[in-house]
Design a protein around this ligand. Structure first.
Ligand SMILES: Nc1ncnc2c1ncn2[C@@H]1O[C@H](COP(=O)(O)OP(=O)(O)OP(=O)(O)O)[C@@H](O)[C@H]1O
Length: 342
């Protein structure tokens, strides 16, 4: 077995299409999405509710089937160091379970889904640690306590023996994060993991993710509504709109020179001083993007953002814009990208 060269990304998603059949028609939740994540790097995926962020991550985990979804097309490759690349779509369920337990961990907003109610939180964390690190039971317990402390559980020495029902929702969420990170996965998929937590704990958890990333070279796919969080944690950004990536690039490029009108709108709605406007009455307000995302059952024939876009011209409504290169590693799905500025 030969180790993949450094240039091969840990995760490569190419032309991914995932749909759901509903009584009202087929919803193309993810429609030709491509991106890659290098080892040890973080890709932030941003976009409004319903843009396909979660379905993208569930597709990578091959968990869309449970919700009635089907991966219709595309390739998902996981290139673990020292191993031949894995074709995620072709794996049997047993092999896929192994990937989910060992190589890709996922943390979501809702914690109750994955904590086992009959085991203490300590035992669940210890189990995860011992599965992936060669340590004694006592050492694992110490590490579990440390991990619980790191995710902001107070008095972890005593809380370690609590059962999930003894904890609040926010606490359970933090335990889930501790367990996911204890597995030392090659890839962490974090789907809005900190949205429901207060800002101090959010910052602590982002810090913990970053630290582990350095320590074990973990790659992260970080899904969020919040571009502020992306600025803090991501190396690259993919902006999703109505099932497609409309802009992608290095985080600095996306923040300093966005080329898609939707990205510009998102940047203006970041709750930071730079994103605030002073209107005529002198009060500070956030800009929001007017209008609504399209109905996924009746997508526009042309650019999906055109109905909300102040730059849209007749051509934008005629045909879907291709993803073009606007610069080094910078892709944009807009025919007027050269006229777009912050
Ligand atoms: N089980 C399902 N059945 C039918 N449609 C679904 C299902 N799950 C997701 N969808 C549809 O797929 C599209 C993308 O949903 P997805 O959850 O990926 O969005 P999202 O960007 O993650 O949103 P949020 O930020 O609210 O989580 C939406 O139109 C959604 O209604």
């Amino acid at each position: 077995m030969t180790e993949p060269p450094m240039s091969i990304p840990l995760l490569e998603v190419t032309g991914l299409k995932t749909s759901f059949t509903t009584p009202r028609g087929t919803v193309k939740s993810v429609d030709d999405v491509s991106f890659s994540i290098a080892a040890g790097k973080t890709l932030g995926v941003v976009g409004e509710s319903g843009s396909g962020k979660s379905v993208t991550s569930l597709s990578i985990m091959r968990l869309v089937g449970r919700g009635g979804g089907v991966i219709d097309d595309g390739a998902i490759r996981l290139n673990l160091p020292g191993q031949p690349g894995l074709d995620i779509r072709a794996l049997d369920e047993k092999a896929m379970r192994k990937v989910r337990g060992n190589d890709i961990a996922m943390i979501f907003q809702e914690p109750m889904t994955s904590l086992d109610p009959v085991w203490s939180i300590g035992d669940q964390t210890i189990e995860a640690i011992r599965l992936h690190q060669d340590v004694s039971k006592n050492e694992a317990r110490e590490k579990a306590i440390e991990m619980l402390r790191l995710v902001g559980i107070s008095a972890p020495e005593s809380r370690v023996d609590d059962f999930p029902h003894q904890l609040s929702g926010g606490m359970r969420q933090r335990v889930m994060i501790a367990i996911a990170l204890s597995c030392r996965p090659a890839l962490l998929i974090a789907d809005e993991p900190t949205t429901a937590l207060d800002v101090t704990i959010q910052a602590q958890i982002l810090d913990l993710i970053r630290r582990l990333q350095k320590e074990i070279g973990m790659s992260v796919l970080f899904i969020t509504h919040n571009l502020g969080v992306v600025a803090e944690i991501a190396d690259k950004v993919a902006v999703m709109y109505a099932g497609q990536v409309v802009e992608e690039g290095p985080v600095r490029t996306i923040f300093s020179a966005p080329r898609h009108p939707y990205t510009v709108g998102l940047l203006k709605s970041i709750p930071m001083p730079g994103g605030m406007r002073v209107d005529d009455a002198g009060s500070r307000r956030l800009d929001t993007i007017g209008g609504m995302p399209p109905n996924p059952l009746a997508l526009p024939a042309g650019c999906r953002f055109a109905p909300r876009c102040s730059l849209a011209i007749e051509d934008c409504h005629k045909a879907p814009p291709p993803l073009v290169q606007a610069g080094d590693e910078h892709g944009v799905r807009c025919i007027r990208w050269q006229e777009v500025s912050k």
